[in-house]
Design a protein around this ligand. Structure first.
Ligand code: 5AD
Ligand code: SF4
Length: 439
């Protein structure tokens, strides 16, 4: 039998978990004709799957493109394709500016990839429509890449239009996958050895899919259905919006056997004036109430968040409100960013004054010191306790493994077990970002 010679494809992924998920689905959908390589030098096709959420995204991509120019000189067969959110936001300008780009493909058009790759002529391609349904149906057919902890996109896009955010423009409007398709995908993953799924969506708790009985269901109902899958042990979901933190979901955190006691619930700011200007649709008091209700249902829940400092118009007093909220909640973990003006967003057109970069840096440092202190406090509570760890990979040292607790903390420890299994580990030491333990 004649062996099929597969073209070699290299994908570099920037940004969020959804981009990683999309890159893997792309590779799977092309697996009959293309082989993944880990060096761009070996590739026939290079894909840059890009992120546009914060500053310097496009510049980063242009510098990558510059490097690829040299490779193209030595290999005139090489194709360069830009995908992801920068492609969606600036694709037309990019392809004009950089003649070596062969195609720009937006996040909702990845099902067009096989066709684009088959094209023999040198015509350059722009695919920037929003064909959510087709993408979901055509791209998710098979799962070959299954990790012990795997991502599954259940919802995509966003209708919230927070004034600082590009996502509604790059990912399009909110759409949820059918319950049946998600159950099928998770079951397939579990049959391949997956034990934990992390349900993904830009606004995951706004999930409103259709059940097999043709009824609209929310995220809590979907999670309850997924709990029935034998062999699946842990379920998480990210990223949630406080406005969609409904009672069913809060209650589920009190009763579910499989839902991780962890919730990433970005608050962004503690100042009601800034939250309003951000168009977040809740007040700091409402956010605190949600946290209180969650903790009443599950006192062990770890709360994580995102913050933006230096939003236009943020005064010292507004920032003090953020610090106050952080002190009240004591987050187990958090991400914090300096505000960056994104083209096309409402906040980029605001007249309100922005503080200087120096001031932004100072506020960020103060906030991060406090967040780190709380994270360390949360982790210190685990010292001398035994926790169940899902082993996800090898550690840096010989016999060392790395896994996570159900609170999503990383634990390093020595073990004779192998990746993909659970181990009971006694925590001996903690730092901000990880725990050390022994079996
Ligand atoms: N500037 C700074 N941070 C931002 N984020 C989103 N847009 C911006 C922006 N323009 C942050 C928010 C969001 C996280 C994914 O990225 O905190 O929750
Ligand atoms: Fe962006 Fe706000 Fe939508 Fe999150 S909820 S993706 S921050 S617009």
């Amino acid at each position: 039998m004649k062996e099929i010679v597969k073209d070699k494809i290299y994908i570099k992924t920037f940004g969020c978990q959804m981009n990683n998920y999309d890159s893997d689905r792309l590779l799977e959908s092309l697996s009959d004709t293309h082989k993944k390589v880990i060096n761009p030098e070996e590739a026939d096709i290079i894909v840059l799957n890009t992120c546009h959420i914060r500053e310097k995204a496009a510049e980063k991509i242009y510098s990558e493109v510059g490097k690829i120019k040299l490779l193209k000189k030595n290999n005139d067969k090489l194709k360069l394709i830009i995908t992801g959110c920068v492609a969606q936001a600036e694709g037309k300008a990019m392809i004009k500016r950089q003649p070596i780009i062969d195609a720009v493909v937006g996040p909702q058009m990845y099902h067009k990839f096989p066709g684009i790759l088959k094209k023999k002529n040198s015509k350059r391609v722009i695919k920037l429509d929003f064909e959510h349904d087709k993408k979901f149906n055509e791209l998710r057919g098979k799962r070959i890449i299954a990790n012990v902890s795997s991502f599954v996109t259940i919802q995509e896009g966003c209708d919230k239009f927070c004034s600082f955010c590009v996502v509604p423009f790059t990912r399009g409007s909110e759409i949820s996958r059918k319950e049946e398709d998600i159950i099928k995908e998770v079951s397939m993953l579990v049959s391949l050895g997956c034990k934990e799924v992390i349900l993904l969506g830009q606004n995951v708790n706004a999930y409103h899919g259709i059940s097999s009985k043709n009824q609209e269901i929310n995220l809590a109902s979907l999670i309850i259905s997924l709990e029935n899958i034998k062999g699946l042990e842990r379920i998480s979901y990210t990223t949630s919006h406080p406005k969609d933190m409904n009672i069913d979901l809060i209650n589920l955190h009190g009763i579910s056997q499989k839902l991780n006691p962890y919730l990433h619930l970005p608050v962004q700011s503690g100042s009601n004036k800034i939250l309003k200007s951000m168009n977040r649709k809740y007040t700091s008091e409402q956010y605190l109430k949600i946290i209180e209700n969650l903790r009443r249902k599950n006192p062990n829940i770890a709360i994580s968040s995102d913050f933006i400092v230096g939003f236009p118009g943020e005064t010292k007093n507004d920032f003090a409100q953020t610090i106050k909220l952080v002190k009240e909640v004591e987050f187990a973990q958090a991400y914090s960013f300096k505000y960056s003006r994104r083209p096309g967003t409402k906040s980029s057109r605001m007249d309100n004054k922005e503080i200087t970069l120096n001031e932004k840096n100072e506020r960020l440092l103060e906030l991060q010191e406090l967040l780190n202190k709380h994270q360390k406090k949360f982790n210190n509570n685990f010292i001398n306790k035994e926790v169940r760890v899902l082993i996800k990979g090898k550690g840096k040292k010989l016999n060392q493994y790395r896994g996570t607790t159900k609170w999503m903390q990383v634990v390093n420890f020595e073990s004779k077990k192998t990746v993909n299994s659970f181990e009971n580990v006694k925590i001996t030491k903690s730092s901000n970002n990880s725990l050390l333990g022994e079996v």
